[in-house]
Design a protein around this ligand. Structure first.
Ligand SMILES: Nc1ncnc2c1ncn2[C@@H]1O[C@H](COP(=O)(O)OP(=O)(O)O)[C@@H](O)[C@H]1O
Ligand SMILES: [Mg+2]
Length: 325
């Protein structure tokens, strides 16, 4: 229902390019929560911007495009360059740090009016919108008082809830959320994730959650795509990724997670990701990979099936294809 077709995107720094997203190719299915994971700086936010068609200088798409399918028809879709026309209505986006970008001088209720005006072509009266908004707040178990408040009068958690309400108000087919819980404390994080999951369950739309926190993915997502240095290196059902991670990088991400009853000091992943201005030509993880062979530094690995709906890009897995793992 949403296709990301071989997307590459870069920041044009005049004398050089930051190749933030490199040949990323996958689909989002109807009624699923898809997670995008990976360390900070690996291109998650950039990919999400491309998916939302929010591509402004210095960001540019160097190849590929995204497509959002309308209904069940295979020929009826909206593509990169046109998605802006269906913001809020068909696709909505909660940007990283969005809590701080709410218009500070506009009461919450008026932020809803703006959203509706941008997202709806047909005319709705203020009274109609007000009633609809009030009903929706009730549905989400948010106090109607929130509508009369200015953003700064709300706690961080409440502001994030309001943003989720705004992003889902017109029942878009897909909702993109960039690090929706990152700035919040742990207890509030859990409430926000619960809210996102219950909204998705009710509306049966698709949701994309970007987070560097594997714990978030474990709690909410149905499938995960793991990014490393601008590339998607593994993709699969969440339980598979956690129980049988295939790519050495994913294995390190998973083994770095704290486990119940295990108090041993967790080591981070040694080394740092490559500079995206001139990434290595072979596997981008090779310089940090304990299994890397000579060819890993020369040949770019392709995504190969490694399980049911599970794919990973690693030369060792390519060789072992059909093996017994
Ligand atoms: N506006 C920008 N101008 C130049 N480089 C940028 C800009 N935004 C992000 N980058 C670079 O693009 C790469 C990917 O960043 P980003 O997509 O924000 O990663 P993530 O969301 O995974 O942390 C990083 O190397 C980052 O420094
Ligand atoms: Mg980011």
């Amino acid at each position: 229902m949403f296709e990301i077709n071989h997307v590459s995107a870069r920041y044009n720094m005049l004398t050089s390019f930051v190749n933030a997203v490199d040949d990323v190719n996958f689909n989002i299915e109807k009624n699923e929560i898809f997670g995008i994971a990976g360390e900070s700086g690996c291109g998650k936010s950039t990919l999400l911007k491309v998916m939302y068609d929010l591509v402004d200088y210095p960001l540019e798409i160097s190849s590929g495009s995204v497509r959002l399918y309308n209904g069940n028809s295979e020929t009826n879709y909206i593509e990169t360059g046109k998605l802006k026309e269906c913001w809020w209505k068909d696709i909505s986006y909660i940007s990283q740090g969005a809590m701080n970008v709410m218009n500070p001088i506009t009461k919450v209720e008026n932020q809803f009016f703006d959203t509706v005006r941008r997202g709806y072509h047909k005319k709705m009266t203020k009274k109609q919108i007000r009633e609809k908004v009030a009903a929706y707040m009730k549905e989400l178990e948010l106090s109607p008082d929130v509508l009369k408040a200015y953003p700064h009068q709300l706690s961080g958690g409440m502001r994030q809830r309001v943003l989720i309400a705004l992003a889902t108000f017109l029942n878009p087919r897909i909702i993109l959320a960039d690090e929706p819980t990152t700035a919040l404390d742990v207890v509030v994080q859990k409430d926000i994730l619960t809210m996102l999951m219950s909204v998705q369950k009710r509306m049966k739309n698709s949701m994309v959650i970007v987070s560097h926190d594997m714990g978030v993915h474990y709690q909410v997502t149905d499938r995960i795509g793991i990014m490393y240095a601008g590339q998607m290196i593994e993709i699969g059902p969440t339980d598979e990724i956690f129980s049988h991670p295939k790519h050495p990088y994913t294995q390190m991400l998973i083994s770095a997670l704290p486990k119940v009853g295990d108090n041993s000091q967790k080591e981070g992943i040694p080394g740092t990701p490559p500079n995206l201005k001139s990434p290595p030509i072979g596997c981008r993880f090779a310089p940090r990979c304990k299994y890397a062979a000579d060819e890993c530094r020369k040949i770019r690995p392709q995504m190969v099936p490694v399980g049911d709906k599970h794919f990973a890009a690693c030369l060792l897995l390519e060789h072992a294809k059909g093996g017994n793992e």
